[in-house]
Write a protein that binds this ligand. Structure first.
Ligand code: AP5
Length: 213
């Protein structure tokens, strides 16, 4: 399965990616997670990405495209992959198309998660991310057993800079201006499947798997 997840920030792509990657036995490739790992490791890529991410802007295509192209050459991505957060504009979608042609392969599906802005704001403003393993929880919808501590690795939970209220609004604008056009792009290819991102996590995972059958 070669799959792309697309949807507004906070739609639950990362949460669902864990279920789908495990169900299909494919690696979960999140450009946001790769950037955050680089920021944590204080690499040059991390230093470059941080200012864009904290402000809710896209990291330049030249950097992002090469990073993804390299990741797709790894052994674990040869028989399938799940891309979460990429492509994020039509230029990236064109780049991916070319890269897949060169690798003599094709996409199987693009799964869109649909969610109203009101719900997105609730999800993002309450999200907490683990400094240790990067896992996500939510102060209300998926609260950790001990406040501020990750259930999975006991790491410290923090609020992402781009989950602060003033940045969320800007990320939604960036999504509608730059990312939403790829929905139509993939609709025209016949690969697009859209599901509602409202409901319990397991219920949405079942809905996603059914849509991909
Ligand atoms: P990225 O990390 O990709 O962020 P995003 O797309 O904005 O998505 P999020 O991680 O915010 O949300 P999500 O949909 O994964 O939701 P989640 O499962 O966490 O990108 C961050 C930044 O990196 C970008 O702004 C950009 O700067 C840069 N970047 C990344 N890719 C790039 C690219 N291709 N090009 C250029 N720049 C790029 O869920 C959200 C919350 O809701 C959680 O708290 C969760 O617990 C909760 N939740 C999940 N499901 C449910 C449910 N069913 N009910 C209730 N709560 C739920």
């Amino acid at each position: 399965m070669r799959l792309i997840l697309v949807g507004p920030p906070g739609a639950g792509k990362g949460t669902q990616a864990l279920h789908l990657a495990s169900h299909f036995g494919i690696p979960h490739i999140s450009t946001g997670d790769i950037f955050r790992l680089n920021i944590k490791g204080e690499t040059d890529l991390g230093k470059l990405a941080k200012s864009y991410m904290d402000a809710g802007n896209l990291v330049p295509d030249s950097v992002t495209n090469e990073m993804v192209a390299d990741r797709l050459t790894h052994d674990d991505a040869q028989s399938g992959f799940l891309l979460d957060g990429y492509p994020r504009n039509v230029g990236q979608a064109d780049f991916l198309k070319e890269a897949l042609v060169k690798a003599d392969t094709t996409l199987d599906a693009v799964l869109e998660f649909a969610l109203a802005n009101e719900e997105i704001i609730k999800r993002l403003s309450g999200r907490r991310t683990c400094r240790g393993c990067g896992g996500v929880s939510h102060v209300i919808f998926n609260a950790p057993k001990t406040a501020g501590i990750c259930d999975l690795c006991q790491g410290e939970l923090y609020q992402r800079e781009d989950d602060k209220e003033e940045v969320i609004a800007h990320r939604l604008d960036v999504y509608s201006e730059q990312t939403a056009p790829i929905i139509d792009y993939y609709r025209k290819t016949g690969l697009l499947k859209t599901i509602s991102a409202i409901g319990e996590v397991n219920e949405i995972a079942d809905r996603a798997i059914a849509a991909l059958k």
